[in-house]
Design a protein around this ligand. Structure first.
Ligand SMILES: *Cc1c(COP(=O)(O)O)cnc(C)c1O
Length: 361
């Protein structure tokens, strides 16, 4: 069955490691002698509690999360955290947002419902092809936090430094590059991510928050947005996304077994380099992102025309690849090459690109 799997370049929900899928399949009918699947278990059972605790412990190990950071496993994906961050962290009602793409724009728009939100940078004028330098950021003094999106899934740009925020905690949406390389967690106030890009399946938002930033919640917010309540109840105020948490556990265990984030980084850089090197020497394809802003996770480019973009997508499907069509807001081609994409998948794509170029140039 596995030999029929396609090379799936989806931006998310995205390809999972085959080993992880096999393990989930093996445990489907009877999880470790419990006589049931993880989907059918009480989240209050000791069997499930162990899955939950092991998942958090392995994530903490793999990402090297310091002890003064807490992990929350919540429903609602990354978008729910756009809301939760604004509701819980804007104690003085002021935050700055760095807008480098669609998701950071959405996060800013959501936060603006609840406080004084200042756009510290807006990449719209350059079609979101860049990541700003420190000098380009107009960050105010004394804000509750500064928000950025570490990897712009739609445009294919990625931050390669941690900006100075004038002492304010930095809140980062890492949905599409978390676990792709080591990061120094202590440089951030909050890291959050939807799991379905690089660490699992949809329905789960992972929040890694510095303990002192969890303050008593404002009185009039929805209970599921109360981060202090969620922390106090260890993410189980209500039923957590049990199956998604279990899948996250399998993925982080897989990363650990592969050798951790240094190994992920090396593999991801090698894959991205193969693709970008090919794009750079070609006169046919044009990469979207500026060189120093390129993402190692989402590689975006165009062919000489919209018609050829469409033809590229069509022929790629016939060749056994899927989801190479760029996001509807940008067009062109997007190859998402997260941790689970093997080097051979990128090689296969590059060979296809060469043949396509030969045929249509
Ligand atoms: C996909 C994505 C989101 C939205 O995630 P949901 O889980 O669908 O809410 C937010 N930010 C980034 C960077 C993403 O890639």
């Amino acid at each position: 069955m596995t030999d029929k799997r396609v090379y799936n370049f989806s931006a998310g929900p995205s390809q999972l490691p085959v080993e992880v899928l096999k393990e989930a399949a093996d445990q489907m009918l009877n999880y470790k002698g419990s006589g049931m699947s993880v989907m059918e278990m009480s989240h209050r059972s000791s069997t499930y509690q162990k899955i939950f605790d092991d998942t958090k412990a392995t994530l903490k190990k793999v990402l090297n999360i310091p002890d003064n950071y807490k992990i929350l496993l919540l429903q609602g994906g990354a978008t729910q955290e756009f809301t939760n961050i604004a509701l819980n962290l804007m104690a003085n009602g002021k935050s700055d947002y760095i807008v480098t793409g669609s998701f950071s724009g959405k996060a800013a728009k959501e936060a603006a419902k609840f406080g004084d939100v200042h756009i510290a940078y807006n990449g719209k004028d350059n079609d979101f092809t860049e990541i700003p330098t420190q000098d380009q950021l107009d960050i105010r003094e004394g804000v509750d936090y500064v928000h950025l999106c570490n990897n712009n899934t739609i445009y294919g740009t990625e931050w390669n430094y941690v900006p100075d925020t004038k002492g304010a905690p930095l809140v980062v949406d890492m949905s599409s590059d978390i676990l792709s390389r080591p990061v120094d967690v202590s440089k951030y106030g909050v890291i959050y991510a939807g799991a379905q890009k690089n660490m699992g399946i949809a329905g789960l938002g992972v929040v890694i928050i510095r303990e002192d930033l969890v303050k008593p919640h404002p009185a009039n917010i929805p209970v599921l947005s109360e981060l202090d309540t969620m922390l106090e109840k260890d993410s189980m105020y209500n039923t957590p996304p049990c199956w998604a948490i279990y899948m996250l556990g399998l993925v982080v265990k897989w990363i650990d077994e592969q050798g951790g984030l240094e190994v992920m980084k090396e593999k991801n850089e090698k894959k991205a380099k193969l693709l970008y090197d090919y794009l750079d020497q070609s006169d046919f394809y044009k990469p979207h992102a500026k060189k120093d802003a390129r993402s190692n996770m989402n590689v975006t480019f165009t062919t000489p025309s919209k018609e050829l973009d469409a033809e590229f997508v069509k022929e790629s499907i016939a060749a056994g690849m899927t989801n190479l069509k760029g996001h509807r807001s940008v067009g062109g081609i997007r190859a998402s090459i997260y941790n689970a994409m093997p080097y051979e998948g990128v090689e296969y794509l590059v060979n296809f690109m060469k043949e396509f170029e030969e045929k249509y140039k």
